[in-house]
Structures are given as C-alpha cells and as structure tokens.
Write a protein that binds this ligand. Structure first.
Ligand code: F6R
Length: 581
C-alpha cells in the first residue's frame, strides 16, 4: 500500500527512482511522483500508472531524490494528491506510506499559523510540520520534532532543497535501506534494490535514518543505534516477467518449484519443541492467507487432534477471543497491518507466537517469537498465487512435525509433478462458462471448503465477476434461491469421505439448472456424467489434490480475467500489501 523509493549517490536519481517505483507498483498504482534535489528541488507528479507514464519523470536532474507510487486513502487519485507533498516554501518534499491519524487537528493548527494546504491528503501536514521546525540547516532535527507530533503509521522520506541528505523515518510501515558503494537507497521493500545491492538494513519502528553519499546513521527516538546489515538472496530476474504476459501467470507457473522448495525448507530443526504440542492454536490472517489458515485448521484438528481457531486479522484486534496455547500468524508480505496488530495483541496476552511469511526481514519477523519462511520469492502480481501454495506447503509441513512420523511427507513429494500436469490442463470450456457470468458459486466440503473460498476470491478480485465460496451443504440454506442457468457453480468433488454427499449436492444444483464445472479425480465417470465441464486432477493423495485444485482455480480466474480484458496484475482498487487497518 503505497511504495516509496529514495536515492542518494552518483547515478541520475530519477532513473533509479522511476525504475524502483515500477517494481513497487503492486503496492499502489493510482498516481506517482518524484522529487530530485539538483540542488534546486525539481518535482514531477501525476495521476496514473508509473508503468505507463513514468518516463515523464526521467528528465528531473540530480543524484538525490525521493519518489512514491500511491494507493489513495485520503483524497481521490489526482495530480494534486499525488506525492511528494511540499511545504509552503516549496523547498521541503515528503513522501509517505501509512496514515497520519491526527492530521485533521494538526492541519487546523498549522492553517491557523498561516500554512496553506494544497491537497486533501493526510501526508501534506508532515511537510508543513517539518517546515515549522526546520532551522535552515538541520533536517534530521526538524523531522525528529515533526514525527514526535504524529499519531498513526508512517514510512517517510524527506529531502530539502540544497541539502545532500535524505531523511527516512518509520513507525508501523516498512522501510529498508540498501547499502551500495558511495550510494544508499531507501525503499518500502527490497525489490527496487535488487540488481544494485544485496546489502540491506531493515529499520525498526521508531527509527530515523539520515542518509548521504558517505553512508547512513540511524537514531531511535534521538539516540544513535546500530542495525545489522543483512544479505538478500532474491534474484533480480524474479521481479521481471521473463517472457510471460503477466506476473500472475509467471507466478502460477513457478508453483511446482515453489511448493517443492518450501516443503523441503521445513525440517525437524524448523520448529522448536515448545510449538509442537500446544493445548490450542489460534491462527490469524487476512485474505488468501486466512484461507490457508482454514486449511490448516481442518488438517491439524483431524490429524493432530489439537483444537485450532482461525480468525480474521481485521476482527481479531477488536473482538479478541479467549486465548490459550500458541498464536500463529500467516502473511505473505509480513506487513499486513491487521495481522501485525493481532500479533502484537497476542504478545500482550503472553502467548508464544509463530509467524509464517515469505519476506525475510519483514515486520512480522521482528515481532513474532519464531518464524517459518515460505520460499516463494517475490510475488509481484496483486493476487496471491504462489504464496498461497507456499503457505500450504509450510502448513502441511508443520502438521507433519506436530504429528511426528512424517505422515504426509512421502505423498507430498509428488505434488510438484502433479502441479506441472494440471498447469497443462485444457480449461477453455470452463472459461467459456465463467466469462459471461455475473455471479458464480464455488462449493466444496471439509478441506476443500477453504479452497472454494480461495477460488472465489481469486475470481472476483481479478475478473470482477461476483463469486461466492460456500460450504457445499450450506447452499440449500438460502443461496439455492439464486441458482439458475445464469449462475454457474464450480464444484470441488475429490475422492474421499465427502465424495458421495458432494455428488448428491451437485445433482441438487443441476436440478436447479445451474451449469456445473466439476473438479475431481481423473477417470471419475460418475462425476463426468453429471457436470457440464469436467476438469480432471491426476490421481494422488488428498493433500496433493487440494494443492492441484487450487492451481486449477487460479488458472480459471486468470484465463477468465484475461478473456474479459482485465488488468490482471493490478486489479482496480486493490494494492498488494495492505499496510493500513
Ligand atoms: C488475495 C490477496 C490478499 C492477501 C491479503 C493478505 O489474492 O492477495 O487477499 O492474501 O491481503 O496479505 P498477506 O498475506 O501479505 O498478509
């Protein structure tokens, strides 16, 4: 949610920043802006996508600068509301990710003192506050005083005309420094740094960093502190499309390897003893990560007989359930505000906490007592695909460790080859059914119920078709009223305990004239005969079928969205990393 990039060095800053913001565009894409310091401040900002209009900022001069790609919170997407925001003199430039909760009171105070505001954003007030405190020489001191007045969350980059310094500050929004030779970068996450440096410094909440060509100095609430330099091993190629038309498709095709690597990354040594036999587990997550948490609930309860509660991050902070045992948070980005708030609350209740994330050094890894990593590599497309599959791999590995004796280990070894097979499945007829639909249902039972929820989420977020995931048995408690020839149903019907009852449910839906896309085991004649389109999954262990079914549903959403001409990687109104509550 909003990407920021700063640069101090010897290269043309605008080039570095525009290129970096393009890699961060998945965080927000309604407008963008860049300011360089040459030593006069030069600013370009406009509504629209940096991938389409970014070139316009390239003629800004100078080797120091800051930039921003926006996901609007306060004020519509427009040139005026795009960052950077300037003070009254036009000499101080600020970019911001987060929300300044007390901006209205501060704006009133500063307006009464004669400051003139030009935007509807919460961010502009920061530029005016810094102006109040800036004595013409010490930018760090002015930013320190300004942030002491802020409530809310922020990652800020600030520069002032004529100075060779960029000041960076964070509280509850991510910010990382990239350390080069005679150059320092700052960014919301490491993707803009790939290709320039592998050495990074993660800022902590409350940190302020002063960066110039000679290096960086970090202060925590005024006191100098040291933060370690860490190494990032993500490959720069992973943030390129590599011949695929969309990042989403590329990421879908990376899944055989991602599942394999992640599964093999979870070993006996991954999980300390205290997490192995908890009395209870509470899983907290949002969106797709929450669906992975629901899969874990079904799997862990049935395999380990440990009670698992799955909670939405956005609910947990305000309606905290009674907590016993361990609290596990699942988050691809490691930065989702609701999930972090839940984690902090769990810590306040003294629960041992476990994080599952994809991003080394992300905020969640700094707060949780212990972290398990997915090995998905950077996920650029807004829709979660390979990270969801990687979450399933971690969670299945976790259940294996908690149960002991590796009950799924051998079966899961086949998953990557089964994923490879289903990637080649012909789904044209299913796409033909979905494409004209205004409403879709996705239904499943047991372990496949969360997969139905996930399939529907994927379809709605990228194709904009209204899709609802349901437990198959629940449809007759109301939604049956919606079934007609115009309301296709995607039915997940794998072999196993729920197979016969699913078949009956599908027949009931068919009797209400709903076109059915059935997904089940290859060679299932009975299912093939009753559905309109059958999508076969190679015969395999139930958990492998579950992973493979998820991949088929991702492809169905992707292909339908492409057929409808949607912006698959950057669907309207969304941003990848939801860093505000
Ligand atoms: C859906 C999607 C979102 C995320 C959710 C949580 O495709 O990507 O629903 O799953 O915003 O994000 P993380 O996992 O980063 O906490």
């Amino acid at each position: 949610m909003c990407g920021i990039v700063g640069y101090v060095g010897f290269r043309p800053a605008a080039n570095v920043i525009v290129e970096g913001l393009q890699k961060l565009e998945y965080r927000g894409y309604d407008s963008f802006g860049v300011a360089t310091n040459n030593p006069c401040l030069e600013v370009y900002k406009c509504e629209g996508k940096i991938s389409e209009k970014g070139e316009r900022a390239l003629n800004l001069h100078g080797t120091i600068g800051i930039g921003h790609t926006r996901w609007a919170t306060h004020g519509v997407p427009s040139d005026r509301n795009a960052h950077p925001h300037l003070d009254c003199t036009g000499r101080i430039a600020v970019v911001h990710n987060g929300i300044i909760e007390n901006y209205a009171a501060l704006t009133r105070e500063l307006a009464a003192r004669g400051h003139v505001f030009r935007s509807e954003t919460d961010t502009e007030v920061v530029a005016h506050l810094i102006e109040e405190y800036y004595d013409g020489s010490d930018l760090r001191d002015a930013v320190e005083k300004a942030i002491a007045r802020l409530d809310g969350s922020y990652a800020l980059l600030v520069t002032v005309e004529g100075s060779d310094v960029v000041v960076a500050a964070r509280d509850c929004s991510p910010l990382v420094l990239g350390i080069g030779d005679q150059e320092v970068f700052a960014a919301s996450d490491v993707t803009p740094l790939l290709g320039y440096t592998e050495r990074v410094v993660y800022l902590e909440d409350g940190d302020l960093a002063e960066i110039d060509r000679t290096g960086w100095r970090i202060y925590s609430r005024g006191t100098p502190v040291q933060r370690p330099i860490e190494h990032v091993d993500w490959d720069v190629e992973t943030v390129k499309k590599g011949g695929f038309p969309h990042f989403m498709l590329k990421e879908i095709f990376e899944q055989p390897k991602v599942f394999y690597d992640t599964l093999h990354g979870i070993t006996e040594a991954s999980l300390p003893e205290r997490y192995r036999r908890p009395s209870e587990i509470t899983v907290v997550a949002c969106g797709s990560s929450y669906h992975a948490g629901l899969v874990f609930k079904y799997l862990c309860e049935s395999t380990c007989r440990i009670p698992v509660r799955a909670e939405l991050g956005s609910e947990f902070k305000y309606f905290t359930p009674p907590l016993k045992g361990i609290v596990t948070v699942i988050t691809q980005s490691g930065e989702t505000a609701d999930t972090l708030a839940a984690l902090k609350k769990a810590k306040a209740y003294n629960c041992p906490t476990l994080a599952i994330t994809n991003v080394l050094g992300s905020t969640v890894t700094r707060i949780a007592d212990h972290t398990l990593y997915m090995r998905a590599g950077p996920e650029i497309s807004v829709a979660a695909t390979k990270s969801f599959i990687a979450q399933l791999a971690v969670l299945m590995g976790l259940v294996d460790l908690m149960k002991g004796g590796n009950p799924f280990g051998a079966a899961l070894e086949r998953a990557n080859s089964v994923i490879e097979e289903v990637l080649l499945l012909d789904i044209d007829k299913a796409v033909e059914i979905c494409r004209p639909a205004e409403h879709l249902f996705y239904v499943g039972r047991g372990l496949f119920y969360p997969i139905a929820l996930e399939g529907a989420l994927k379809m709605k977020e990228i194709s904009y078709i209204h899709a609802e995931g349901y437990a198959a048995g629940e449809l007759k408690h109301g939604p049956f009223a919606l079934l007609s020839t115009e309301t296709p149903v995607v039915a997940l019907c794998p072999p196993g305990d729920t197979y016969s009852i699913m078949l009956s449910n599908i027949k009931e839906m068919k009797a209400r004239n709903a076109p059915i896309i059935g997904i089940g085991a290859r060679g299932d004649r009975e299912l093939t005969d009753i559905v309109d389109v059958f999508l076969p999954i190679p015969e395999s262990h139930e958990l492998v079928q579950l992973v493979a079914t998820s991949v088929v549903l991702q492809q169905l959403a992707y292909r339908t969205a492409v057929a409808l001409g949607r912006d698959v990687d950057q669907p309207r109104n969304l941003a990848k990393s939801v860093t505000v509550e």
